[in-house]
Write a protein that binds this ligand. Structure first.
Ligand SMILES: *[C@@H]1O[C@H](CO)[C@@H](O)[C@H](O)[C@H]1NC(C)=O
Ligand SMILES: *[C@@H]1O[C@H](CO)[C@@H](O)[C@H](O)[C@H]1NC(C)=O
Ligand SMILES: *[C@@H]1O[C@H](CO)[C@@H](O)[C@H](O)[C@H]1NC(C)=O
Length: 518
């Protein structure tokens, strides 16, 4: 249904509602893109100027066509463009400075026009479970003295959370506004709802936070938003923003993991935008049952070790519909040593990692798009990366078995489109790297039963692909290649050579098989 656009006034901040689309107000601390504007069904969306890319976040009705018009404001005309994922059936046309297309489904897109910075368009489906601002079981942070003007450091959100924790099943409601926030501990069986236009911001100053650990090669660090240990049924949802203020934090020689579900069961994250991490941004640690969806992580390219999502020592985890843009790895899994730097605050003894699935994800990184490792100190088993896309990466997909003696067993990469490669993390620059090495005398362990299936590698990388065990007892054993299409080939590869894996370093591997179906 089409209706004329209206402006909904929410606590003094306007969310723009176009026919079928909602744009979220931009806090004053951000400025709009100087390069791009976006109209959706005729209505201007709130764009944000950022690091090497600008972005916009909106939600839309799905099922019927919605028109997108990107205006490249600095360009007299559009000579070239790329819309990623390239495998989407998007028919775009150019009219002068505008790139126009229509979508029926919500997608996360990276749009490159001429040689300008990228424009990241994050489209979510409309929210379906929006809570009331107040009511039975709803704790509005403004009723707990939260400052939504961004002027003072907030204790109000934790106060509302602590009150909610006394009544299991409650929701902490954060209305639009800017909140400078200290550590937040999410209580057992509560939900944190961030309305579109609500921005939680990390101050960047160590004095405002509890020290959780020190990382030897970097700085003291905190967990910004974490769960109570031994908790369950905690949820973070909505369309607000969690802003790690990471560049400033690192300039202050401090850092934070931003969203840390740890020692909890049945955790859910649905919808908020996470930006500017100063270290690994979203890290489920020793979680059993975890569902992260409609999750957007926009890190900067000038902050190191700012991985997107790192799943650590957790079981039954699904990451579905995600975009992670980061200097370091976009999506990875790890098992680590006890009481070692960043693991000091972990709730339990080291645990195995099992049954972790990443699907419908979009990666952009100078390191690995999709990776198991580094850190295989406990077994990692049944990790699946599927139906996903690499916009650009140093290494598209891989297993980097560095640190630890346990096995990485049954890792599957399936239906992955590697669009582009650039950079060379750890000397690798390739679509695929599976390798075992020893680091810091922390041992070596095997990689077993890997499946590489239905992969499109549009680029092979500046260096050789890499398939390499450690020695005759610690090997990469059992790698099955099924339907790997290299460099736009119409037929799947049938030899290592065709996949650029035919070099001296497929040493100490065994059981390499082809199982093409096409
Ligand atoms: C959370 O609630 C569950 C169910 O009531 C309970 O078993 C568990 O001990 C609680 N955890 C904490 C940290 O209070
Ligand atoms: C393989 O490497 C491991 C770890 O360094 C070592 O313990 C083992 O003896 C090596 N095996 C051989 C055959 O060299
Ligand atoms: C193979 O690996 C070894 C050890 O990492 C390295 O010295 C050598 O240069 C590599 N060879 C090739 C062809 O990549």
């Amino acid at each position: 249904m089409r209706f004329s656009s209206i402006f909904a006034v929410l606590s003094g901040l306007a969310a723009t509602v176009a026919a079928g689309a909602v744009s979220y107000p931009r806090p004053d601390i951000y400025s709009k893109s100087a390069h791009f504007s976006l109209r959706v069904n005729g209505e201007q969306m709130y764009t944000v100027s950022y690091d090497r890319y600008d972005y916009v976040h909106l939600s839309m009705d799905t099922g019927s066509p919605t028109e997108f018009r990107i205006k490249a404001m600095t360009e007299s005309k559009i000579n070239s463009y790329r819309i990623s994922p390239m495998n989407l059936p998007i028919q775009a046309k150019v009219e002068g400075q505008e790139l126009i297309f229509s979508l029926k489904q919500a997608h996360y897109l990276i749009v490159k026009i001429n040689d300008r910075k990228e424009f990241v368009i994050m489209i979510d489906p409309k929210e379906t479970d929006v809570p009331k601002e107040r009511g039975d079981g709803i704790f509005n942070v403004l009723d707990y003295k939260a400052d939504n003007t961004g002027k003072t450091l907030n204790a109000g959100i934790q106060s509302a959370m602590d009150a909610a924790g006394k009544k299991p099943g409650s929701i902490v409601y954060v209305p639009p506004g800017l909140y400078q926030m200290g550590n937040l501990v999410l209580r057992n069986r509560t939900s944190l709802y961030l309305a579109g236009g609500a921005t939680l911001r990390f101050t960047g100053n160590a004095k405002d936070y509890k020290k959780y650990f020190k990382k030897g090669d970097l700085y003291d660090a905190t967990w910004w938003i974490s769960t109570e240990f031994d908790s369950q049924d905690i949820k973070i949802y909505g369309r607000g923003t969690i802003d790690g203020n990471g560049k400033n934090t690192r300039d202050n020689k401090y850092m934070a993991k931003l969203v840390v579900p740890a020692g909890t069961k049945n955790f859910r994250f649905d919808g908020p935008l996470v930006r500017d991490g100063s270290f690994w941004a979203v890290t489920p640690i020793q979680v059993t049952g975890c569902y992260l969806t409609n999750i957007k992580i926009l890190d900067r390219f000038d902050v190191s070790q700012n991985d997107g999502i790192d799943v650590i020592e957790s079981t039954r985890v699904t990451v579905r519909r995600a975009i992670a843009i980061a200097n370091d790895d976009s999506f990875s899994t790890k098992t680590w040593l006890e009481d070692y730097g960043q693991t000091v605050p972990y709730p339990y003894r080291p645990r195995e990692l099992r049954d972790v699935t990443f699907e419908d994800c979009l990666a952009w990184t100078f390191c690995y798009g999709y990776k198991v490792g580094q850190g295989v100190h406990e077994l990692q088993e049944n990790v699946v990366f599927k139906d996903s896309v690499v916009y650009k990466a140093g290494v598209g997909i891989g297993i980097h078995h560095l640190f630890g003696t346990a096995a990485a067993n049954k890792v599957t990469f399936e239906n992955i489109d590697i669009e582009d490669l650039a950079g060379s993390p750890g000397g690798r620059a390739t679509w695929l790297a599976i390798w075992i090495r020893e680091g810091l005398k922390r041992g070596v362990g095997p990689v077993t039963n890997t499946l590489i299936k239905n992969i499109k590698a549009r680029k092979q990388g500046a260096k050789n692909g890499f398939l390499s065990g450690w020695n005759s007892t610690v090997k990469v054993s059992g790698v099955t290649f099924s339907d790997v299409y290299m460099n736009g080939a119409s037929k799947p590869a049938t030899t290592l050579k065709e996949m650029n894996l035919d070099n001296a370093n497929h040493t100490f591997t065994e059981g390499i098989k082809f199982a093409n179906t096409k």
